[in-house]
Each structure stands twice: as C-alpha cells, then as structure tokens.
Write a protein that binds this ligand. Sequence first.
Ligand SMILES: Cc1cc2nc3c(=O)[nH]c(=O)nc-3n(C[C@H](O)[C@H](O)[C@H](O)COP(=O)(O)OP(=O)(O)OC[C@H]3O[C@@H](n4cnc5c(N)ncnc54)[C@H](O)[C@@H]3O)c2cc1C
Length: 413
Amino acid sequence: MSSRRVVVAGGGAAGFFAAITCAQAAPDVEVTVLEKGPQFLSKVRISGGGRCNVTHACFQAREFAAHYPRGEQALIGPFNSFQARDTVKWFESRGVELKTEKDGRMFPTTDSSQTIIGCLLGEAKAAGAKLILNRGIESVTKRPEGLFELRLSGGETLDCDRLLLATGGCRVPALGQLGVSLGHTLEPPVPSLFTFHLETPWVRDLAGVSVEAVEVSVPGTGLRERGALLLTHWGLSGPAILRLSAWGARELHGCNYRFPLRLNWLPHLGTEALAAKLQSRREAQPGRLVVNTPIAPLTARLWERLARAAGIPGDLRWAALSRARQHRLVQQLLRTDLQVTGKSLNKDEFVTCGGVRLSEVDFRTMESRICPGLHFAGELLDIDGVTGGFNFQAAWTTGWLAGQALARECRPR
Ligand SMILES: Cc1cc2nc3c(=O)[nH]c(=O)nc-3n(C[C@H](O)[C@H](O)[C@H](O)COP(=O)(O)OP(=O)(O)OC[C@H]3O[C@@H](n4cnc5c(N)ncnc54)[C@H](O)[C@@H]3O)c2cc1C
C-alpha cells in the first residue's frame, strides 16, 4: 500500500461525518466508505419524519449530555470538543441553515432531510473519499503487523491501516459481531423510546386527549419524568412516556414491559394546595355537578373520567361532596395507579440501547482500548439519547472525533 488507508464501515451519519473529517484533515490518506446497503444515509433520509432533526439547541456540554440515558458521562468530554453549536456552524459554513423549533429541536430550514444528505455526499466526494455501495464487511482479522484484513460481501478482501466501525444500532447482537470478533463486549440490545400499552378502558376511551404537564413514575424504581402526555387508543404516549421508556429501557425490559405506572395529573400542586382548590370550588359553586367542573388545566372529558374513576357519582354536587370522597378525588388526581401490559414502537422509530461497551473505548479519539487502530462512532456504541436530535448529535460528535484522530494517526510523520 502506498498511502495510508482508512476504511469506514457504514455509510450512515457517523460514518460520513468521520470520513469527511478525516479526508479533509489529511488529504493524503485514502478514505473509503463501505456501505452494505443500496443507499447511503438511509436513516438520515427517513429521520424526523423526512425533515431530519439534526441536533438540539442546547449549547452546554454537561446539560446536553444529561439527555443520554446511556452515555451521559462518556459524552461530556466529546461535547466539550464538538457540540451542537459546532454542528450548526459546520452545516452553516457549507450552506445549510438550521432553524430551531419551540421545543429546541433543530431542522434544516428547507424541512427536508435531502438537504443534509446532499451536503454530506457533496462534502465526502469533494474531499476525495471513495464511496462504495452494496459492499458489507463480513469479517475482519487483524494481522500481527497491525493491518486489518477485511472480507467483503462478494468475496473480495481489502486491507487497511485503520478501521472505523460505524455500522449503527445493534438491534440484534449479530450486528455488533465485527467489534466482538476484535475482542469487544456488547451490552445486550434492548429497545429504547417506546410507548406504553394499557388495557384500562377509560384511558383508551380518552384517545386523542393530551395534557401539557404530567408527572409519570414507576413505583418501586427511581424512574420519574415530567412532560406532555398523550392518551392513545392503545394506552399512553407523548414526551413524558418516551423519556421514561428511554431512562427505564433496561429495567422495563427486565420486567417484560409489565409494570405499575403512577400518574400525577397536577404535579404543580401538592396535596394541600389541591385540597384547598377543591374546597374553594365547593364554596364558590356548591350547586354545580362535580364531574362537570374541571380544575384547570385538565380538560372536561379527562376530568369527568378521573372523577368517575375516583367513585364520584354523575349527579353529585360540590356541596354534597363528603370528606372521604374529596380525599379519594385528591388521591386520584395526584396518584392514578395504572398497569402497563406491553409496549409499541414510537412512529416506527427503532432506537436500541446496547452496543459496544463504553469503558472499552477512549472517548478522546474513539479508539478501541483493546484493539489499537480500531475506532468506533455512532449508534454502534452503547449510547442512546432521548428524542429531539440527540441521537444524531452523538453520531456527529463521535464521528468528528474519530475522523480527527484517524487523520492525526495516518498523516505522514
Ligand atoms: C425512523 C427513524 C427516525 C429517526 N429520527 C431521528 C431524528 O430526527 N433525530 C435524531 O437525532 N435521531 C433520529 N433517529 C436516530 C438516528 O437515525 C440514529 O441515531 C443515527 O442514524 C445513527 O447513525 P449511525 O451512523 O451510527 O448508524 P446508521 O445511520 O444506522 O448507519 C449505519 C450504516 O451502516 C451500514 N452497515 C451495517 N453493517 C455494515 C457492515 N457490516 N458493512 C458495511 N456497512 C454496514 C448500515 O447499512 C447503515 O447504513 C431516527 C431513527 C429512526 C429509525
């Protein structure tokens, strides 16, 4: 081999970012991206409903890292080197403007993932990276002198000095086998970011109702989240549920997605404040039916169902509400206990937690601590973020760090 050769396994977000970074920083190095599928960046294409939620408008490394149920500690250092602000600048300096939505998610102003794909493909080609489709790496061996020997689909072999594995999430352990064959450990894959199935009829009857700020928790665990909740015809969804599913991915998998769930519909009020509110309602509107007079911000339909679930008869007026019934109503509003009986995907969005064990990787360079010359980036690692652009940011950051390190290691000395 005349010039040094870097092979990037996987033509997704992390692989492309690493390949571009390396090829731009070290033009003498031969950078080849091998993609086993018929298309590059196929997940970028379908991401964010076709709009690609590129990153999140949060520009402080520690705060950003707190959005990763797995990977939080490991990512603080990397985000100090390349964070959301750098992603925004990176794309802007290449003619792609990003905009921020109310909830902090950032998208291209074109609202099209094609803009991101076009930019990444253009940059990779301009930097001289070789882009090869329909060539999966089937196995890899490391020769004693340090070269990696790759066996590709189609039967050919290819040698390289440095190998970057950016082959994406390990939904099944077989997808992480290249790393394992070079001595790495896979944390077992389990789903993250899913919605909850409930059989409770009154919850399903409320399909379509959303509540802006609810607290959801799993009794007996430390799992607790606040945020918007959506009632669906199969159970519960919305940001609070998705976040709980991500933080509890392993625990909830451990109980086969059957667990008790507690909802506090009015988390801004304590027991006493709520009792005082009910008391003043009783005094101000003694003749009104309890089930017809909701406490804000609960909607009329939701209030009626909650009151009925607390055993309040439909014809009961505030003046006749006994202490015992008022107590039950307070309990219901602050501690509705439900039973989750399963899970389903969030809009076909597979996010897996699990992957290459983080302690086996040096997060300054993304190089393996077990196999010198081997690097990792993206979702193949045991890193996953909540929704909102965090998963792509982990791919950009780890890809950038790996690309920089590969360029440094391969430059002529
Ligand atoms: C429907 C959907 C929507 C999403 N929306 C968002 C969003 O808006 N914002 C966000 O932050 N995250 C989103 N995510 C998550 C995000 O897409 C991933 O975190 C991100 O794509 C991970 O990038 P990656 O490069 O590590 O892996 P991937 O994008 O999965 O790329 C890995 C590539 O490697 C290839 N490959 C695998 N094995 C081999 C092999 N042996 N040899 C060669 N090639 C191989 C695969 O074919 C694939 O193309 C979404 C995910 C899904 C499924």
